[in-house]
Write a protein that binds this ligand. Structure first.
Ligand code: M6R
Length: 615
């Protein structure tokens, strides 16, 4: 949600800003803008629409000169998406210019005060209020920009990642963070500012991630100065060496990031268990679990909190933990959990799952659980993200950057990590014999090759997609381990193709959704051999007798469902608890192809943001 970039150094800033904004497009946005200092003036261009619209506008409207600049992609919160509400925003004097990711909750009361003091506002945004508050502090307290930003931020309530510079002091950019991510790329005599490292990775792999309530002054030719916003204490920059490379954040010959990420899953799953799953030694090694084993083994229950696809991975984990490790699990939407006064004790373990590690509701749920004394474990993809830092311990998924808004490899790698944890706990609790444990480990090692095999159905799925691309509704059914997969399949379809879709436990169909079934209704049924197969076959028969169109995901070699279904997609056979890693693949491909055929923007679906950093 909202992307920010900035540059100060010796290179032309504009190409860095535009390229950087393109790299941040995946975060979701509806308008974009840049401001550049050309040595004398600030040149600002902004527009509703895409970064390429901004580029065209900037090329004709402003001078693109300058080695200092900031840029922004806006996902509207306060004020509709239009040119005026887009960032950057000037202060009333025209000296300060700001970009902001987040929400200033008390902006209305601050605005009232500023109006009384003669300030005028052009936009409906909270951001324009903030930049004028900084200007007012600068004037009344007679302080430099850094201090003014600090004083102003102590008066605001809300979340922010900001970058601001002053026409009168064009050798520095002041940045600050609370609740929204902000990274500073540290080059040789140059600095980069961004919501994540992707805009600057080809220039430097040294980065500082600001902590919440920290601010920094990046000044030309000087070291970065970090300080705490609240009490002015000096903070020391922890410069990390990033492992990210350019290839990982580019499409690499695929038409869309989503397709690339679907195809990356065999590698991503392998990377997730590499070094952790030691089948030959009969071991699972995970530092975050090993060091906190007693907490898990003595837990009354595990509570899983997450949103969206990560919540679906949590549901799969509920089946795995209860089935294999016999530990009670509750899975909650983070957004509900945080506000419903849940009963949590220090005997609870909370697992927070998040690809981005920045989801505001999940972060708030973590803070609540920590306050109540629970041990909090994170399963995140983005290294160094807020959730990774906020949790007591955790395990990264190692999926690599996921740029497509629709989560794909994040889902399968989250399930992989959670399976490893469940297996380890099952073993430690004595729920598994050595041979059963070994059987699981060796089967898990075959999953990347089996995912590869599942991907071979791509052409068949494209043909099926062509038949159903104009459908208005779709039903997804699964049972047991594959019920969450049905939910995930439906979410994938609705978010990228805008077709209404529902996921249901197959047996629940007759309690309501069966009324929807007619010859227009495609029903995607996961009917793999292990796990309630005969029951699902009966459900298929019920659909067939009501003339629904059946697309079945089955185990290789299946004959019974093939004789009933309109279309059949096979996946290799595996253990029941590992089937979600395979059955989800055809569903991802189906939604992808349908969305492409409907002309939808697959990687940046309307209204959606990759990381939801506001509630
Ligand atoms: O980064 P997170 O995993 O915390 O994000 C949670 C959801 O916003 C995310 O899974 C969302 O539902 C995806 N667009 C689904 O494809």
């Amino acid at each position: 949600m909202c992307g920010i970039v900035g540059y100060i150094g010796y290179r032309d800033a504009y190409p860095i800003l535009i390229k950087g904004l393109q790299r941040l497009e995946y975060r979701g946005y509806d308008s974009a803008g840049v401001a550049l200092f050309d040595g004398t003036n600030i040149n600002l261009a902004k527009t509703k629409g895409k970064v390429e619209d901004l580029n065209k506008k900037a090329e004709t409207d402003i001078s693109l000169k300058g080695t200092l600049g900031i840029g922004h992609t806006r996902w509207a919160t306060h004020g509709v998406p239009n040119d005026i509400n887009s960032h950057p925003h000037y202060s009333n004097s025209g000296n300060l210019v700001i970009i902001h990711n987040g929400i200033i909750e008390n902006y209305e009361s601050i605005k009232k005060e500023l109006l009384k003091r003669g300030y005028t506002f052009h936009s409906e945004t909270d951001t324009e209020v903030l930049v004028n508050l900084i200007e007012e502090v600068q004037k009344t307290e007679d302080v430099k920009l850094g201090k003014a930003v600090q004083i102003a931020l102590n008066q605001v309530v809300g979340a922010y990642a900001i970058a601001v510079f002053d026409l009168k002091k064009p050798d520095e950019i002041v940045v600050a963070k609370l609740g929204s991510p902000l990274a500073i790329g540290v080059g040789d005599k140059e600095f980069f500012i961004a919501s994540d490292a992707s805009p600057f990775i080809e220039f430097t792999n040294n980065a500082v991630y600001l902590e919440d309530e920290e601010m920094a002054i990046v000044r030309l030719g000087k070291e970065i100065k970090l300080r705490k916003i609240k009490d002015d204490a000096i903070a020391y920059p922890n410069i990390l060496e990033l492992q990210l490379n350019l290839e990982e954040i580019e499409k690499g010959g695929y038409e869309h990031f989503m397709l690339k990420e679907i195809y990356e899953q065999p590698r991503a799953i392998l990377d997730t268990y590499r070094g952790r799953l030691l089948a030959d030694q009969g071991l699972i090694r995970m530092a975050g679990i090993d060091q906190n084993l007693e907490k898990f083994l003595n837990a009354n229950r595990i509570i899983i909190v997450a949103c969206g696809t990560s919540w679906h991975a949590g549901l799969v984990a509920e089946y795995i933990f209860e089935d294999l490790a016999r530990i009670p699990v509750e899975v909650e939407y983070a957004s509900e959990f945080r506000y419903r006064n849940p009963v949590i004790t220090d005997k609870d373990v909370l697992i927070a799952i998040s690809q981005s590690g920045e989801t505001a509701d999940t972060l708030a749920a973590i803070k609540l659980a920590k306050e109540k004394g629970a041990f909090v474990f994170g399963v995140c993809n983005v290294v160094g993200s807020s959730i990774a830092r906020e949790t007591d311990a955790g395990a990264y998924t190692h999926a690599g950057p996921e740029i497509g808004v629709a989560s794909t490899k994040a889902f399968t790698t989250q399930i992989t990590v959670l399976t490893l944890i469940a297996l380890k706990l099952a073993k430690e609790k004595g729920e598994f014999s050595s041979s059963k444990f070994h059987e699981f480990l060796t089967e898990l090692e075959t999953i990347p090759a089996k995912v590869e095999k599942a991907l071979e159905s791509n052409t068949l799925i494209e043909i099926i997609a062509d038949v159903y691309k104009d459908s208005e509704n779709c039903l997804y059914l699964g049972r047991g381990y594959n019920f969450p997969v049905a939910l995930e399949g439906a979410l994938k379809l609705k978010e990228i193709s805008y077709i209404h879709a529902e996921g249901y436990p197959a047996a629940e169909m007759k309690h309501g959704p069966i009324a929807l079934i007619d010859e227009q209704m495609p029903v995607i049924v996961i009917a793999t051999k292990k796990g309630h197969y005969e029951k699902v076959v009966s459900n298929i028969q019920e659909i067939k007798s009501r003339k629904g169109k059946i697309i079945a995901v089955v185990t290789e070699g299946d004959k019974q469902v093939r004789s009933l279904a309109d279309h059949v997609v096979e996946v290799p056979e595996t253990l029941e608890s590992l089937t979600p890693l395979l059955t989800t693949i055809p569903l991802q491909l189906l939604s992808y192809h349908i969305a492409v055929m409907r002309g939808c923007n697959v990687d940046q679906p309307r209204n959606l943001a990759k990381s939801v950093t506001v509630e």
